[in-house]
Design a protein around this ligand. Structure first.
Ligand code: ADP
Length: 552
């Protein structure tokens, strides 16, 4: 803008300058011509008087040769000329000034010479005898005047040009400065009056933009608040896989670091092939779902293409943590397979024995033995079914029994009594020590937990071994410790013994259903207690059951 104003001012100034120059030259030229003509009229009148009085004799006198004097007879014949030989000069009757003088008594004319550089001004006066006396003088043409004054004119022009340059620059800057100083976000009032409508418009648009920005910010905050409270991960990407929007759950689930840099590709968040496939499929316009498994984590990624005005604009990715669901599904599958297997084994045994009995292939003396087999397997089956029922009850939120105060010491005493025959059989000594400690819980579940722990301590013991049960009422809450001097559990199996149907040694003669410690684990969780295991193979195992603090 400054340049434009500068150029405009300069052009105007130069145009005015040149026009003024032309005008001045024209006016001056006219003025000088008038002066020359006046001078000529005066000198012609003077010479004419001399000629009237003295005739040709006056002209022969030493008149100044600076002006040309021509005396022309009334028929146009040149009688005298002080510059040229009159005999060689043609008839002058056709000369404009002569004709005018003959008619009006005086006449004037001006003519350019061939070169156009000089102009001759003529003045003619009719004498009393009808002849015409003419004087002439040369005058510079406009061109010549300009050429003559070229040096000072050029100097003047250069000076004027420089002045115009300086002034144009200064004026342009002064004009533009207040406009440049306008703050578009808050334009002030006192600039140019002509800019007022524009500034008013800017102000109103600023207000509108401000309102829209606030609105946008509010919406963004709402969106962020919603997405940040989602446990599902959400990612919005453009066609070049650049992340446009995300929530922290997405980064957490993908195991990526926050914050995401601007323009970062979503593929840097997770390098798994399944994730990349999902993104590529969505950006190709197809919906895609993938299960990503890493260590113990399981995430499901769902990618949907996003279209804008019929064109693919990017994709939306939802990341779900399905670890628990997948684990549950896996456990259910394993459980079903295990249950089927565990049920099938005793049933097959019962079926086989029953068939032998039915076919009369058993001697009467052996019938009791075979019937005993059937009885044992059936008992095992019932035990298994009971354990499954207990577990599924716990899975579904526990039995519909009332919670009440349970004395752990009393419970432990009754369980040791129940197991005394089995312990005797295994030559295992059981002891109970400690004090009475009350917990709040479901007696049936407390009993099942303690029974399973003590039963295992006897079952996986060695002849002559010991089982010591200690009940304490500590500051943290009631605690039961069941320690045995049995076969122990190898370190790698210590975590797994709480899994359903897991048995360290499937051929162990005391082997149960493999559900006992699962019932312990789920029962303890149901009561808010914690089970910990310390075991050393060959030395024995200690199970600690820590209940929460309870004040009856
Ligand atoms: P089971 O019915 O086979 O006893 P549990 O779930 O009670 O099933 O125990 C799972 C496995 O853990 C057992 O098969 C056994 O190998 C091991 N186990 C449990 N308690 C003890 C213990 N006190 N000493 C040694 N091994 C044990």
């Amino acid at each position: 803008m400054t340049k434009r104003i500068f150029r405009s001012i300069l052009t105007v100034t130069l145009t005015v300058l040149v026009a003024s120059l032309v005008l001045i030259v024209g006016v001056l030229h006219g003025y000088f011509q008038d002066r020359v003509l006046e001078e000529l009229a005066r000198s012609t009148a003077y010479i004419a008087r001399g000629v009237e009085e003295n005739g040709m004799a006056y002209l022969n006198d030493d008149l100044p040769k600076s002006s040309r004097i021509t005396w022309v007879a009334s028929d146009g014949t040149v009688l005298y000329d002080n510059w040229e030989d009159e005999a060689s000069m043609g008839n002058h009757a056709d000369r404009e000034e002569v004709q005018e003088a003959l008619m009006l008594g005086r006449g004037s004319a001006s003519r350019y010479s061939d070169t156009l550089s000089q102009k001759t001004v003529y003045y003619a006066l009719r004498l009393s005898d009808g002849s015409v006396l003419r004087t002439s003088d040369t005058n510079y043409s406009v061109w010549m005047m300009v050429l003559q004054a070229l040096q000072p004119v050029a100097l003047m022009m250069v000076l004027a040009f420089c002045l115009a340059l300086w002034l144009a620059g200064r004026v342009a800057r002064q004009l533009v400065e207040p406009i440049n100083a306008i703050d578009p976000s808050a334009p002030s009032e006192d600039v140019y009056e002509e800019l007022s409508p524009l500034l008013t418009k800017i102000r109103s648009q600023n207000r509108q933009i401000q309102r829209q920005l606030l609105d946008l910010q509010q919406r963004r905050e709402e969106f962020t608040a919603i997405t940040e409270n989602m446990s599902e991960g959400l990612l919005v990407i453009d066609q070049e896989t650049r992340i446009l929007s995300y929530n922290s759950a997405a980064l957490r689930l993908l195991g990526a670091k926050a914050p995401v840099e601007e323009g970062e590709s979503v593929l840097t968040l997770d390098r798994e092939a399944g994730f990349r496939r999902c993104v590529e499929e969505a950006l190709a316009g197809r919906r895609c779902e993938e299960l990503l498994e890493r260590d113990d984590d399981c995430r499901r990624v769902m990618a949907n293409p996003v279209e804008q005005e019929g064109k693919l604009a990017g994709a939306v990715l939802i990341v779900l943590d399905v670890t628990e669901k997948e684990q549950r599904d896996r456990l259910r599958r394993e459980f079903t397979a295990n249950v089927s297997h565990e049920l099938k084994t005793p049933l097959t045994s019962i079926l086989g024995t029953a068939e032998i009995l039915e076919n009369g292939m058993v001697k009467p003396g052996d019938v009791a033995h075979f019937a005993g087999n059937i009885h044992r397997e059936a008992q095992r089956l019932i035990g298994l079914v009971n354990d499954i029922i207990k577990l599924s009850r716990l899975d579904e939120g526990g039995p519909a029994a009332q919670w009440e105060s349970v004395d752990l010491y009393g419970q432990a005493r009754s369980i040791l009594d129940q197991l005394s025959t089995a312990a005797e059989k295994k030559q295992v000594t059981m002891t109970l020590s400690g004090t009475s400690a009350c917990v709040r819980g479901v007696p049936q579940i407390v009993e099942e937990i303690l029974y399973n722990l003590c039963d295992n301590a006897v079952a996986y013991n060695r002849p002559g071994g010991t089982v010591s049960v200690t009940v304490e009422d500590t500051a943290e809450g009631a605690r039961v410790t069941v320690a045995d001097s049995g076969i122990g559990i190898p370190p790698e199996a210590q975590n797994r013994v709480f899994e359903r149907f897991y048995r360290v040694d499937k051929s162990h003669p005391s082997g149960g259903t493999g559900l006992g410690l699962s019932i312990v684990k789920h029962g303890a969780a149901y009561l808010g207690a914690q089970v910990t295991l310390h075991s050393e193979p060959g030395k024995g195992s200690t199970f600690v059951l820590q209940f929460p603090k309870y004040v009856p």
